[in-house]
Design a protein around this ligand. Structure first.
Ligand code: PGA
Length: 266
């Protein structure tokens, strides 16, 4: 099922996830390269999620622009004796407006389960940050037919802990684990099917919220496939890893988001 009632209210968002790449100089060079072309685009929103040590410098470079600053993770705790932790309050203090929560690399490499992800989501909302909640199945989960069950479990964990209204304060990113960094993108139809499932699941709790909720797709999005993904009715933009490190690629993907809004409307 496709929910298009309030689809036109959904302004697309493209967020770059730089992951643990680059250095201070390359981060600044990347911002310098993408800002002029992105400033000319005004029908979608953009964000870059930089590594913690570069947030302040990247935020400085973005100042006055329409590109938002995001982090890639935050602590599930408020403050105190949590060596190495970075709190939601600290991120807000550094000028972040967005933060990725529950990326599959955090879940699978760092062992963060649904409960921790939900705690992090709560911290993000508490500190006025827009959490980008990542959900998605592994290849073996897809092959064994439990994609919807996995995604439902990941979303429900957040709804149960934080409440449905809190889900409306964030953005969901569907990122099939098998498509991340592999060059193997979900087809537009595969992405649309899961996005529609996610929206349908949220409809059951709050229809209006579901219709305005942004659901991004992530996993090997490139300049060459962005437009067809973003043209799908329930795909409201993208979370971009590798391609966000290449200025021309990222700008082309952002341009595709701007064009795709028209496609959805017609
Ligand atoms: P990718 O990563 O675009 O390199 O596949 C996406 C992500 O992990 O957010």
């Amino acid at each position: 099922m496709v929910y298009v009632g309030l689809a036109e209210m959904r302004v697309k968002l493209v967020a770059g996830n730089w992951k643990m790449n680059g250095n201070l100089a390359s981060s600044q060079a990347l911002i310098k390269a993408i800002l002029p072309p992105l400033s000319a685009l005004n029908r979608a929103r953009y964000a870059v999620c930089a590594p913690f040590p570069y947030l302040a410098a990247v935020g400085q470079a973005l100042r006055g622009s329409s590109v938002a600053l995001g982090a890639q993770d935050l602590s599930q705790f408020e403050d105190g004796a949590y060596t190495g932790g970075v709190s939601g309050a600290m991120l807000a203090d550094c000028g972040c407006t967005h933060v990725i929560v529950g990326h599959s690399e955090r879940r699978n490499v760092f062992g963060e389960g649904d409960a921790i992800v939900a705690q992090k989501y709560a911290q993000a909302v508490k500190h006025g940050l827009i959490p980008i909640l990542c959900v998605g199945e592994t290849l073996s989960e897809r092959e064994s037919g439990v994609t919807e069950a996995v995604v439902a479990r990941q979303i429900d964990a957040v709804i149960q802990r934080c409440g449905i209204a809190a889900l409306g304060r964030g953005v969901v990113a569907y990122e099939p684990v098998w498509a991340i960094g592999t060059g193997r993108t979900a087809s537009p139809q595969q992405a649309q099917a899961v996005h529609a499932f996610i929206r349908g699941r949220v409809v059951a709790a709050d229809r209006r919220l579901a219709e305005t909720l942004l659901i991004l797709y992530g996993g090997s999005v490139k300049a060459g496939n962005a437009a067809e993904l973003f043209a799908m009715a329930d795909v409201d933009g993208g979370l971009i890893g590798g391609a966000s490190l290449v200025a021309d690629e990222f700008v082309a993907i952002c341009s595709a988001a701007q064009g795709a809004k028209e496609t959805v409307k017609t």
